[in-house]
Design a protein around this ligand. Structure first.
Ligand code: MRU
Length: 353
């Protein structure tokens, strides 16, 4: 694998290079490692909706880079025109995926910084440097979060994870997989069980790919084997990522997370969520979070191969909600929150001031 894809041994998913956005095309993994280069924010919007780039923190940073491209593309000669071009691009980027809060968070950060510039040139510089800074900070936050979480895991643990909350879902290092990486870096010997994560197979295509690349002992299971693995003592702990966590501690994450958490509770297995503060939404109520519904063809086939008859009804929610009573702790870069989450999450934000 190319050195440019690595950040301390993990993959670099999205980057700003020579005034372009460079991304790993995750739809091609694990068969091909292909990098795509974009110089138009519309291409970035398309990449987010078609899952070329996915995972909450990665789409947050991609949205920010998308706005940086929009700033460069703009022909505006005065500040107000540039701000209105950026607002146009913000709307298009924001409309791509509704569940992960990081996208709106990344876009807002850039829109904020844009207002501080006086001239068109200054705004362009500010926007690009802020987006690059957000990408770099993402890696540092993940590393700190990893260390915070690593104390929860023991030598010889086998840790289950669902979907991909790894380097490929962030700029590098990962959230849930960042905790797993940091646990190994702390000298503990650990194994990982990754669920396949139908219908898009982020577990088999991405998690197993990046963990194998980094030399982890990882086993892949079909989603249907979660109960078997827990009932037969194959799993000690679970850690997953999140797309949005609301102040009550309800966690929105990849479809199937709720099943894994319920099964973990049934077997007395600790279930942890790892996510940066940028994934925590202290404003929105759980019932108001929009769960993205994706196209039926993701379920009626695997890749190009059809696995279901034509013309059937499909229900394909991309995310589900895990209630706080199933969660042993929420690992962030500011510490680990435990129930009651309304209090503990608020404290983490206060510690961030
Ligand atoms: O549809 P995806 O692949 O974007 O979903 C990704 C997840 O659900 C991840 O678990 C979540 O974004 C956390 S990534 C650090």
């Amino acid at each position: 694998m190319e050195n440019s894809t690595k950040h301390n041994n993990s993959l670099r998913t999205v980057e700003w290079k020579n005034n372009k956005v460079v991304m790993i095309d995750q739809t091609k993994l694990p068969n091909e490692l292909v990098f795509v280069e974009y110089d138009d924010f519309n291409q970035v919007a398309d990449a987010i909706s078609t899952l070329v780039v996915r995972g909450a923190p990665a789409i947050g940073v991609s949205g920010a880079f998308g706005l940086a491209l929009a700033a460069l593309q703009s022909k505006a000669t005065i500040k107000d025109e540039l701000l209105s071009d950026l607002e146009h691009a913000r709307k298009i980027l924001f409309a791509t995926r509704p569940t992960a809060i990081n996208l709106g968070w990344g876009l807002e950060k850039i829109m904020d910084v844009a207002t501080y510039g006086n001239s068109v040139e200054q705004i362009k510089e500010l926007v690009i440097s802020k987006a690059k800074q957000m990408a770099d900070e993402d890696i540092e936050i993940n590393k700190t979060m990893g260390k915070m979480g690593s104390v929860l895991f023991d030598n010889n643990d086998t840790i289950m994870t669902h979907c991909n909350a790894g380097a490929l879902a962030t700029v590098a290092y990962g959230t849930a997989l960042g905790v797993i990486r940091a646990t190994r870096e702390s000298g503990k010997n650990i194994k990982v069980i990754a669920t396949e994560t139908r219908p898009i197979q982020q577990g088999s295509r991405l998690t197993v790919f990046e963990l194998k690349h980094d030399g982890f002992d990882v086993s892949l299971i079909p989603d249907t084997a979660v109960g078997y693995s827990m009932a037969n003592g194959l799993v000690n702990k679970v850690v997953v990522g999140a797309d949005r966590i609301v102040k009550t501690g309800h966690v929105f994450n990849k479809i199937g997370t709720y099943q894994v958490a319920t099964m973990a509770k049934q077997h007395g297995i600790p279930f942890y969520v790892a996510a940066p503060l940028s994934t925590i939404d202290m404003e929105t109520k759980a019932e108001d979070v929009i769960i993205e519904m994706r196209k039926g063809s993701e379920v009626t086939g695997i890749g190009e191969k059809k696995t279901a008859p034509d013309d059937i009804n499909v229900i394909n929610p991309a995310f589900d909600m895990t209630p706080p009573e199933l969660i042993s702790g929420i690992i962030t870069e500011k510490g680990v929150a435990t129930a009651p989450y309304e209090e503990s999450l608020k404290k983490l934000f206060q510690a961030n001031l």
